[in-house]
Design a protein around this ligand. Structure first.
Ligand code: CTP
Ligand SMILES: C[C@](O)(CO)[C@H](O)COP(=O)(O)O
Length: 253
């Protein structure tokens, strides 16, 4: 059911109007979907628990938000069947709340998490949704997103302009066509939207959208692209883990 106050809000946004009082003391919350199984990684257990620089991979993404003063709380969405989380010491994370409401898809996990915190977050508070599989999020990139989106009426995402020439596959893994890359960006996370708008967008979009911005776009809105870089990679395939380790080592120097 659409929150009545949201319909005029969305209409305003579509007209390019920024409703007033949207930035009064809005807090910032992180939500990390971490209920995946890591099938493409091919490990014996979910990739968010693979060791990276001496810690479970998810530790690094959580740390980026725990150490940032602008973030009020961190919600991590786990599978109800996750038997790994309890095996680690999370006592160093004062802001952390665990939500065992993961869904069949990433979008469902995020929406389940948003529904679960409805009594703790206000409609106009900012949600920063970040993949647990992006362990190298730097303070500089997080600051850049927070600053760029802070007064934005819609919200925005970290993303990187596509550098490679893109090919669409045809039959037998052969090239069917080249896809023009002008104006193409690779979406990353965090993706930063106001709680009420994001929850409504995901309720309407269904479980198959692959990022939060897609759901916002389905409302007819255009999130801001905030330029990121290759350091904010998503650990998806086995070789990505070594690359992530290199970035973490480089950034720790
Ligand atoms: N049902 C799901 C699927 C994914 N995720 C989370 O969404 C993030 C990005 O998803 P992805 O990289 O695809 O992780 P997996 O789904 O685990 O990987 P795969 O698709 O290879 O199984 C990850 O932190 C993952 O844990 C989630 O919370 N719930
Ligand atoms: C959200 C995301 O990281 C943006 O690129 C991506 O869509 C996640 O996709 P996945 O297949 O769930 O990893």
């Amino acid at each position: 059911m659409t929150t009545p106050t949201l319909i005029p809000y969305i209409t305003h946004l579509k007209l390019g109007q920024i409703p007033n009082n949207t930035n009064h003391m809005s807090r910032h919350f992180a939500l990390l979907p971490a209920a995946g199984v890591g099938a493409r990684m091919g490990a014996d257990f979910p990739k968010q628990y693979l060791e990276l620089a001496g810690r479970p991979m998810i530790w690094h993404a959580l740390r980026a938000f725990e150490t940032h003063a602008a973030i009020s709380r961190i919600y991590v969405v786990l599978s109800a069947a996750d038997g790994y989380w309890e095996g680690y010491d999370w006592s160093g994370f004062a802001k952390l709340s665990v939500l065992r409401c993961g869904g069949e898809t990433r979008a469902q996990s995020v929406l389940n998490g948003l529904e679960a915190i409805a009594d703790e977050v206000a409609e106009q508070d900012w949600m920063l949704v970040h993949d647990a599989a992006r362990p190298c999020l730097s303070r500089a990139l997080l600051d850049k997103l927070l600053e760029a989106v802070r007064d934005d009426a819609v919200g925005g995402i970290l993303a990187a302009p596509v550098a490679d020439t893109l090919k669409r596959e045809g039959h037998g893994q052969r090239i069917r066509e080249t896809v023009p890359r002008q104006g193409l960006w690779g979406a990353q996370t965090p993706q930063m939207f106001r709680y009420g708008l994001l929850r409504e967008a995901l309720r309407r979009a269904g479980a198959e959208v692959t990022d939060e911005a897609s759901a916002i776009e389905h409302l007819g809105l255009s999130p801001l692209l905030v330029e990121s870089d290759a350091s904010n990679l998503k650990v998806t395939f086995p070789h990505d883990l070594e690359v992530a380790g290199w970035w973490l080592d480089r950034c720790s120097k």
